[in-house]
Write a protein of this length. Structure first.
Length: 203
């Protein structure tokens, strides 16, 4: 019988490590601009100090976020903590994937001229370059991060014993009839429900 994913499960550990690394390198990208980097700048910010502060805060949050998947590995052992972990994983997954999908729609709309995106923190900006960067860099990061956070919860449901899976779940398998002992005979429906009042005679 399979058990729920444990911290020693290779797939769960691998997904957690990838999610941690995925958040960490994006944090480094933010820290680069917080340190005064200019490569890839899309324009001139309203305030250089404000721009660096925003990226420093984002980098710090991403650094903490990158440690979280690894810290939660041991918590999967606890049955009490598991519902909270599943809820957290799905909230993060839905939030990140929604961010990515909405962002892609907005950027495509901006590129086609049907939507004008405002940039209150920029004095001047290359709008086309900003749309392309978000479309092929920023939003894919959110999409992959969301899918990585959905992975542990998917592993949990896939690893549940069949008799513990809810009938409405897509993971539920059709029930099969257990093998009959040698020499056993079937009961008639009338006997099972207590009607009919006679037994089958052996021939």
């Amino acid at each position: 019988m399979q058990s729920v994913p444990q911290p020693g499960d290779r797939t769960l550990v691998r997904a957690s490590r990838i999610a941690a690394g995925w958040a960490f390198w994006y944090g480094l990208y933010r820290w680069y601009y917080a340190a005064g980097g200019t490569i890839g700048m899309l324009g001139t910010p309203v305030s250089e100090q404000q721009f660096r502060l925003i990226n420093a805060i984002a980098g710090a949050l991403l650094l903490v976020w990158s440690v979280l998947p690894l810290m939660l590995l041991s918590a999967w052992r606890s049955r009490r903590a598991r519902p909270v972990l599943l809820a957290l994983c799905w909230v993060v997954a839905v939030g990140c994937v929604s961010h990515a999908l909405i962002g892609v729609v907005q950027r495509v709309s901006s590129l086609t001229g049907t939507l004008t995106i405002s940039y209150p923190f920029w004095l001047s900006i290359d709008r086309r370059q900003a749309d392309l960067q978000a479309l092929f860099f920023n939003e894919p990061w959110f999409l992959i991060e969301g899918l990585l956070w959905a992975c542990p919860s998917s592993l949990f449901f896939d690893a549940r014993p069949r008799d513990e899976r809810p009938e409405s779940s897509c993971w539920a398998a059709p029930r099969t009839r257990p093998p009959r002992p040698s020499g056993a005979t079937d009961q008639h429906p009338e006997q099972f429900f207590g009607i009919g009042g006679h037994e089958r005679q052996a021939h």
